[in-house]
Write a protein that binds this ligand. Structure first.
Ligand code: PMP
Length: 362
């Protein structure tokens, strides 16, 4: 998904670097794909990736970083398996503001009691006001998804939990803006949106939360085992970790998370401005207070003819080299994903196309 639609030089930097080193990494005569995960060379790669991650997010020393397999969905299970036993009640609070937090809450129900802290939402277009949340002070943790990728709902604040451990799924807005890691017990993120390719999931966890896994926790999901073994209990996704290292280097060379935030605000404003001034031709269902800077879902045209117009919109976009704009199959419509690798120029191309399409069809 780094390749959303551009041929922009930024992510090409990473791809070209990987291409250059593909057959002969660092002059050692083998590819990263061929390397043993126990070799000194891979050890350097994983350590470099971790230290860049620590630097870019300013991760405090009392936090561990893991690079695991199983994706974001694997962490939906790993989080309760490791943390729900932190308190005797085995109870966790969940904010359910979209598909991904809904899936996570369902998975947690297998291992303990789950309390959804706000009234059930009919549509995932808002974040209920924190004054309406009923947090349980005896919960082992409070869980939320910082950016709901399918619905385009993003938190621009860190939930206040009154001392209860805070857990966040940042899969689709990781390193798109600065984050104060010290406010969290645990953050996880699949790499494939903003920091690399599929296959590796980053887990950042506060040290004191490690070592509380339920006895049925599979060993590869056990944070204690994986932190003690530097994510090398079993074979890690070596190539994905290497690619993540290259992307982190790229982020660092381009100004870090603060610069990413500036660009992501600028890019998303370009698209929202067109939606907001289109007289309802483009419609984003998400409340203005929580519109995502990463994923912008919208419908095209008045509802009656929307599907036909949307097909035409997608075909026109595709002709201009803009791919992957189709909305998630569960919600339909269009979704513009403006991850870090999508440039201002790429976004401008989309904005220009949207304006022309509007002119032609309104
Ligand atoms: N959380 C979020 C916010 C996601 O966007 C996704 C996938 N798009 C997942 C979790 C699930 O990740 P995976 O497919 O790696 O299991």
């Amino acid at each position: 998904q780094l390749l959303s639609w551009g041929k922009s030089w930024q992510h090409c930097c990473v791809l070209l670097q990987a291409q250059k080193e593909f057959l002969n990494y660092g002059g050692i005569g083998v590819s990263v794909l061929e390397m043993s995960h126990r070799s000194a060379d891979f050890n350097k790669i994983i350590n470099k990736t971790e230290s860049l991650m620590r630097e870019l997010l300013n991760i405090p020393d009392n936090y561990k970083v893991m690079f695991l397999q199983g994706g974001g969905s694997g962490q939906f299970s790993a989080v309760p398996l490791n943390l729900i036993g932190l308190k005797e009640d085995k109870c966790a609070d969940y904010l359910v503001t979209g598909t991904w937090s809904e899936k996570a809450a369902k998975e947690a129900e297998k291992y303990g009691k789950v309390n959804i802290v706000h009234p059930k939402l009919d549509r995932y277009t808002i974040i209920p006001d924190p004054s309406s949340w009923t947090l349980n002070p005896s919960a082992s943790y409070v869980y939320y998804c910082c950016n709901e990728t399918v619905h385009g709902v993003e938190y621009d604040f860190t939930p206040e939990t009154n001392g209860v451990v805070l857990v966040s799924d940042m899969s689709s807005n990781f390193l798109s803006r600065p984050v104060d890691v010290s406010k969290f017990g645990l953050i996880f993120a699949g790499a494939q949106k903003n920091v690399g390719c599929a296959g590796v999931t980053v887990v950042i966890v506060r040290e004191d939360l490690v070592g509380h896994a339920l006895k049925e926790c599979p060993i590869i999901l056990d944070y204690k085992v994986q932190t003690e073994m530097n994510s090398l209990y079993n074979t890690p996704p070596c190539f994905s970790i290497y690619i993540m290292g290259l992307v982190l280097e790229w982020i660092k060379n381009n100004g870090g998370s603060a610069a990413m935030e500036t660009l992501n605000k600028q890019k998303s404003s370009m698209i929202y401005d067109i939606i907001n001034t289109s007289n309802g031709f483009y419609e984003c269902p998400v409340d203005v207070t929580c519109r995502s800077r990463m994923n912008i879902p919208f419908r095209v045209g008045k509802k009656e003819g929307a599907e036909t117009l949307e097909k035409e919109f997608l075909a026109g976009a595709s002709k201009r080299g803009m791919l992957s704009l189709k909305g998630h199959r569960s919600v339909g419509g269009i979704r513009a994903s403006l991850y870090n690798a999508v440039t201002v120029e790429d976004t401008e191309a989309l904005a220009t196309f949207m304006k022309e399409f509007l002119k032609e069809h309104q």
